[in-house]
Ligand binder design. Structure first.
Ligand code: HEM
Length: 441
């Protein structure tokens, strides 16, 4: 391709990206009920044979997601949830034939494509009599258990930390090849793989009680485990678990000499699968142009893992430098890589925010927006710290054979890198809360 053609292709790509960010409808948040038959508050002259709902997104057939009860709380639906027609977003449940006159409450509980539960109720009346509501005779299950919520957020944060530690592999392969045999560097990577695996199992166990609004006591409920397995989120968690296991096995051989390009490629592909298991289950999948947001999320995640994973590895080597190792080339290589990563994080984060938030004003009118502002502030504070580290590197590199960084600027560099690691951990915690917060709320 000539330089002119390449420039044109880039301009076209930039135009398409800009057009997608600014013009397409933003993500619609969690699944919603568009309509139902019978409708909420309807008074019917004859008992219906089924209750059906049309949802804002195709979430598949989720067993137990629709229940109908009478005023005493007794179930009046029969058989499983099914699709009554060709519309993928429509699901229904059959009712007992010949229901007597009275009020009926429909309880729904769906897991959105982004893994968050949505629950609620609506009611209808057959014949005369008062219309019951969820505050009436039957307690409707809405909201999530607060303890499960907190534990799930902590587990999500730990899962982010696990993936970040795994990202340190890129640092070892590209910036510090001499560190491949350093047992402390290897231990960090293996910890990352096990943390990713352990948090995938914990997230799988928590998802059932989280979606059903139950407490930690329901962690091993066989019905809830089966429900989690049926939804794509549960399957992707098992894929993440398998990928983390493969990485744990690969790491052992990958870091032992001699270097193997094939093993490195296998590790990168498996790492990509781990990242995809996050990006394909979060808010980006609710975007009407899903592939665009999932790709932006992958770029965001990829840059975060390389940058923050590298920072942790760098902090380790700076705090206890191996006596015979020249750190100049290591910090110089990482400095360039980190700049590219931070630029990618800021651009992809901005693109994601524009795609996921319902409007720009939600930035200061919603909890989601405030959390996002917190992340942006974290990055803004990080920039001068990263710049200080960069200056320490630039002034410290004194030429071949001189280990200037390891002497004159080591203290400055250590302080800057440790501060960056702490700030990154705080921003990761904000991201863990953000991914569970509805974009419109
Ligand atoms: C300009 C700065 C940033 C902006 C505007 C931004 C924005 C976003 C947005 C909109 C999301 C999607 C959240 C959702 O699913 O609802 C996201 C995800 C995420 N962000 Fe950021 N972010 C920024 C910086 C950072 C930094 C510095 C870190 C890490 C230290 C970080 C870590 C994450 C993580 C781990 C996720 C979750 C990815 C996933 O689960 O797929 N972000 N970010």
């Amino acid at each position: 391709m000539t330089g002119r053609a390449a420039r044109r292709a880039l301009a076209l790509l930039a135009f398409l990206a800009g057009w997608l960010v600014l013009t397409a409808a933003p993500a619609s948040a969690h699944v919603e009920i568009i309509s139902s038959t019978p409708g909420d508050g309807t008074r019917l002259t004859a008992a219906p044979s089924q209750v059906s709902v049309t949802l804002s997104e195709n979430v598949g057939i989720q067993p137990g997601s629709l229940k109908v009860v009478d005023t005493r709380g007794a179930a009046v639906d029969t058989g499983p949830v099914f699709q009554p027609g060709d519309v993928a977003e429509q699901v229904a449940v059959r009712l007992r034939p010949g229901l007597p006159d009275g009020s009926y409450l429909v309880e729904y509980a769906f897991v959105s494509a982004d893994s968050h539960p949505v629950r609620g109720t609506f009611a209808f009346v057959v014949g005369t009599g008062p219309l019951i509501t969820s505050a009436g005779a039957v307690a409707a299950a809405t909201g999530t258990d607060p303890t499960v919520d907190v534990v799930a957020t902590i587990v999500r944060w730990l899962s982010f930390a696990g993936v970040v530690l795994l990202g340190g592999l890129v640092f070892l392969l590209t910036c510090r090849p001499g560190g491949r045999t350093d047992p402390r560097a290897r231990r960090l990577l293996v910890t990352g793989a096990w943390l990713t695996a352990a948090t995938a199992i914990a997230t799988f166990l928590l998802q059932g009680p989280y979606a059903a609004g139950r407490g930690l006591g329901a962690l091993l409920d066989p019905g809830l485990l089966a429900d989690t397995f049926r939804v794509s989120y549960g399957k992707l968690l098992l894929v993440r678990l398998a990928a983390a296991g493969v990485l744990a096995l690969l790491l052992r051989r990958l870091l032992a000499p001699p270097a193997s390009g094939r093993l490195e490629n296998a590790a990168m592909i498996t790492g990509f699968v781990v990242l995809l298991s996050f990006s394909a289950t979060g808010h980006p999948v609710t975007d009407p142009v899903m592939y665009f947001s999932v790709a932006a999320d992958l770029a965001h995640w990829g840059a975060i893992t390389v940058w923050a994973g590298g920072l942790v590895q760098l902090a380790l080597v700076l705090h206890r430098p191996p006596p015979a190792e020249d750190l100049d080339p290591v910090v110089t290589r990482f400095s360039g890589l980190a700049m590219t990563c931070v630029t990618t994080i800021a651009i992809s984060g901005g693109v994601l925010a524009l795609r996921i938030m319902p409007s720009v004003t939600s930035l200061w009118t919603t909890t989601y927006g405030w959390l996002l502002l917190g992340k942006i502030t974290g990055l803004v504070i990080l920039l001068p710290v990263a710049n200080a580290a960069r200056k320490a590197v630039l002034s410290g590199v004194g030429g071949p054979g001189r280990r200037a960084v390891a002497t004159a600027n080591l203290t400055r560099l250590r302080l800057a890198v440790t501060t960056e690691v702490i700030l990154a951990a705080v921003v990761l915690a904000l991201a863990a809360v953000l991914t569970a917060t509805p974009p419109g709320g």
